[in-house]
Design a binder for this molecule. Structure first.
Ligand code: S3P
Length: 166
């Protein structure tokens, strides 16, 4: 099986859905943000605060080089993974890329509770910032995706993914 790689905005449901799919398929699951936090022994927010975004992006790029060599795995990526085109080329070599698409309103309502763990949206007006990031990135997500799935309801999205894979 090719890897299944989830891309999309913060709050799009990538980790939740990727984890669920990996459980159902009984295959390995990798979460690039989680792996960075584990290896650095710091949260993403701390990494941004202490070393800045460029440092984080370098860790992210290095990690993509590593996880893209996996097989039979489900990979959840950070929302900014598409900013470096090399990341997507590597992930595509052995992976099916699924973009989880959401409206700004849906992203905002999911992120309201947890924005403090997302450095790019801390201290910013949530709606404005998400709208701005989505405008910058939407074309990249869509261009890079093999499949685009609107994620309104997690169960329905998982069902759609399994229908696609069967
Ligand atoms: C980011 C998304 C985050 C995390 C970091 C930067 C982004 O991951 O990688 O805060 O640039 O959109 P999630 O998409 O898993 O929240």
């Amino acid at each position: 099986m090719k890897n299944i790689v989830f891309i999309g905005m913060m709050g799009s449901g990538k980790s939740t859905i990727a984890k669920e799919i990996s459980k159902k398929l009984n295959v390995d699951y990798y979460d690039t943000d989680q792996m960075i936090e584990n290896r650095e022994g710091k949260t993403i927010t701390e990494i941004f605060e202490l070393y800045g975004e460029n440092y984080f992006r370098k860790l992210e790029d290095d990690l993509v080089k590593e996880v893209s060599r996996c097989e039979n795995s489900i990979i959840s990526t950070g929302g900014g993974i598409v900013l470096n085109p090399e990341n997507i080329s590597l992930l595509k070599e052995n992976g099916l890329i699924i973009y989880l698409e959401n409206s700004v309103d849906d992203l905002v309502s999911r992120l309201k509770e947890e924005s403090s763990s997302r450095p790019l949206i801390i201290k910013n007006d949530l709606h404005t910032k998400i709208d701005e990031l989505l405008k910058q990135r939407e074309n990249l997500y869509k261009k890079d995706a093999d499949i685009i799935i609107e994620n309104k309801k997690i169960d329905t999205t998982i069902e759609k993914i399994f229908n696609f894979l069967s």
